[in-house]
Design a protein around this ligand. Structure first.
Ligand code: TXA
Ligand code: MG
Length: 311
């Protein structure tokens, strides 16, 4: 009912919570931009309840796109495809392409299938801030009834946003890395995989500061954290939150709040935004994030934490 009437409904997905509105109602979609404080030239992802709905939005669908849909939809993969002529600029800005995704969370799918039409669904946070991974976090972003309804589907399983790819007959170009990895895309398609650094297409990563907490954040190795704490200046700070990978990390300083982060990339991703939010909420002078490993399974996590690095 809220969606029919042009309202905003936050919904859970397996990645992060989305801010949903009927993609066919211009005023509802513009309300999404206004509520997030998002510039109009940042196109939205259109969320679909069925693979066949892609034909309504995409002008041409390469074979590889069908392969990826078969393998990964519903799931944490957004496909960027040439858009049909009717698709308005108030959804996809002036891009020639449209971003499409079929989410896996049962509540999201139930909402989409029952409504029977596509919803726009950017992450349900204020522009530039951390994506919410729980209904409580959505409420914390929009505490003043800016949105009509929040569907509570518990904590998001994946915890960071979907992998976004542009796909054609010859290659797959990653525009935003996610937990669905380049390796998995290659295995499914056998196509050449290009990474996000060499694209002229509109890509989310182009904005350096994004996904950022309110409080200053530094990314340091464990040794650098120890050095930092040994400096006199660190003792002058009232409160420092440390997100450490070492469960035995300890410090005699009493201005420190310690949180241990998981060692597996999967659990780390699931907890990252939740812990950044929790750290922010304690209003520290500084958040110190211990740098995680740099090998392939951590690639999407690094993509997010480098943009959270607002120091
Ligand atoms: O996991 C997700 O993808 C979440 C959940 C709610 O589905 N949604 C999400 O939406 O992260 P949003 O709007 O926060 O991020 C979507 C990104 C934007 O940075 C936008 O620039 C990019 O997708 N995008 C949208 N349409 C595009 C297009 N036609 N071409 C290239 N990039 C596009
Ligand atoms: Mg977002």
């Amino acid at each position: 009912q809220h969606v029919t009437q042009g309202g905003l409904v936050a919904f859970p997905t397996e990645t992060v919570y989305g801010l949903g509105a009927d993609a066919s109602q211009q005023s509802a979609v513009l309300k999404v931009f206004a509520t997030k404080g998002r510039p109009l030239d940042h196109p939205l992802i259109v969320h679909l309840g069925d693979k066949n709905w892609v034909k309504d939005w995409a002008q041409s669908i390469p074979k590889a796109a069908w392969v990826l849909m078969e393998k990964f939809w519903p799931g944490p993969l957004t496909l960027v495809l040439p858009k049909q002529n009717w698709v308005p600029d108030w959804i996809s800005a002036k891009e020639p392409n449209i971003a499409l995704r079929m989410p896996e969370h049962p509540l999201a799918l139930a909402l989409l299938k029952n409504y029977g039409k596509a919803l726009v669904g950017p992450s349900a946070n204020r522009y530039g801030c951390i994506s919410p991974t729980s209904a409580q976090a959505v409420h914390a972003e929009f505490p003043h009834a800016e949105i009509d309804l929040i569907l509570d589907g518990g904590d998001c399983e994946i915890g960071i946003e979907s992998t976004i790819v542009y796909v054609n007959e010859n290659y797959i170009q990653i525009l935003r890395p996610g937990m669905l990895s380049a390796e998995m895309l290659y295995e499914a398609s056998q196509l050449k995989i290009l990474n996000e650094d060499n694209t002229t297409l509109k890509a989310p990563g182009k904005c350096k500061k994004h996904y950022a907490p309110e409080r200053p954040l530094k990314i340091l190795s464990e040794i650098e954290i120890q050095h930092f704490l040994n400096l006199n200046s660190s003792q002058l700070l009232n409160k420092i939150c440390i997100l450490s990978l070492n469960p035995n990390f300890s410090s005699a300083q009493n201005n420190i709040i310690l949180q241990t982060m998981p060692h597996s990339p999967k659990l780390y991703a699931k907890n990252l935004y939740k812990q950044l939010r929790a750290a922010d909420a304690k209003n520290p002078d500084l958040i110190l994030l211990e740098s995680p490993p740099t090998d392939a399974p951590w690639q999407a996590i690094w993509n997010r934490i480098l943009r959270a690095n607002n120091d």
